[in-house]
Each structure stands twice: as structure tokens, then as C-alpha cells.
Write a protein that binds this ligand. Structure first.
Ligand SMILES: [Zn+2]
Length: 70
């Protein structure tokens, strides 16, 4: 089965200076906590594979710290 056709052109990673093709879309507010200098561009933040991994790792660490701290 194939996914529905995407009407929009492929998004580009929102991290400044990256420019890779985005594979994930996250809430901009979430991504802000991990990456600095993100442009104001709507509420969603497209991330490339590498930056998504980086975000995921950072988020995981932050959650682990929260758990330990409380
Ligand atoms: Zn990127």
C-alpha cells in the first residue's frame, strides 16, 4: 500500500544551515527547546532525519532528568 500523495513540495529541515529534506514534523514549541535560532515559520517544525534523531535524544535525556529530579 502506498501513502496518500503529498500535495505540498517536500519540506526542508527547519534547523538553520541544514537544508536537508524533512522526514518528520513536530510542534515548533517542542523543537525550540532543543535547537536555537529557529525561524518563526508557522507552528510546525520540519526536521531531517539527523536532526530528528538529535531532538529525540535530547528529549529523552530531558525526560529522564525530570523523572530523577522529582
Ligand atoms: Zn536538519
Amino acid at each position: 500500500m502506498s501513502a496518500a500523495p503529498a500535495p505540498e513540495p517536500a519540506d526542508v529541515c527547519i534547523v538553520p544551515g541544514c537544508g536537508a529534506e524533512a522526514v518528520r514534523h513536530l510542534a515548533l514549541a517542542e523543537v525550540r527547546a532543543t535547537f536555537d535560532g529557529l525561524p518563526e515559520r508557522g507552528r510546525r517544525a520540519p526536521l531531517c532525519r539527523a536532526h530528528y534523531r538529535q531532538w529525540k535524544k535530547a528529549t529523552k535525556e530531558r525526560r529522564a532528568l525530570d523523572r530523577l529530579g522529582r
